[in-house]
Design a protein around this ligand. Sequence first.
Ligand code: GLY
Length: 345
Amino acid sequence: MRALSVDLGERSYPVLIGDGVRHELARLLPPTAQAAAIVTQDAVQAAGWLDGLDPDLPFEVFTIPDGEGAKSLATVESLSCGFAQFGLSRADVVVAVGGGIVTDVAGFTAAVYHRGTAYVNIATSLLAQVDAAIGGKTGVNLPEGKNLVGAFWQPSAVLCDTETLSSLPPREWACGRGEMAKYAFLGEAPHPDQGVDEQVARCVAIKAAVVADDEREGGRRMVLNYGHTLAHALEGAAQTRHDWDLRHGEAVAIGLMFAALLAQRLGRIDESRVTEHRRVIGGYDLPSELPPGAEAGELVAFMGRDKKAHQDLTFVLDGPRGVETVRGVAPSDVLATLADMGAPS
Ligand code: GLY
């Protein structure tokens, strides 16, 4: 088992990584807790990941539906009503057991239930283990956009149980690998040939350091969005292009390649660094080409709407000082880079 920590003063918390670490739950619960609300999904329960999970407290299990549609205010209301009927108090604890959808929704419900209740994440997907479960970003979607309602609310502990990855469908691995590829450019990189515990731990260490430095994304934390501006645009365009079958991690991989080519066009990195991006993305068995029929104009329009972009076109780009936020990128450079990747304007 590997033990890391997210250092945030009195809100610091441990992150345990390893096979079976979900069984460490009881000793990581807040001492005030006298009851636990476990939030999960049917598929996680069906895989057996709640079997023998013992908070050593009275508990009730609450399931939310599968899919992005479960990240809604309706789910927050339904969970909150369930917690209240169970008698969960502010001193008690919410335990999220699942992937990023579960940790986002349960974390946000914990943030607002009784104006803030402790929660612990047991992350069961690679994406959640290397990204979503760590750092306290919680939230739900609105019809107008993803993650538009949320809170920074840090968990009390995160358990990245790598045993649970054995039930992960192959395409879900791609989701996590896209985020792993991102970390390869942000710190001491994980390597696809390492054991999964070591790879997860390296990603967690990079994310923990960034979050400790900039908890509420005032600046440096934006580097965690490396590759995501084009990824979100592709995901937006995919809503109406039913022939595109893109997972988030695959979109991030294409976004990383685009970011490298844009940085090269802007004179920030050279050809060898672009080749390094291609090598890392390929090493994680992820795509680096735009999907067929991608249109540059449509993608740029989506980029302008990305809530993480500001007034002008803002990107997280590699450069001589490493990966950083770059504002005021000319749309003509973005269009030309997309054209180089095969997307007509
Ligand atoms: N997933 C990006 C962040 O946590 O900041």
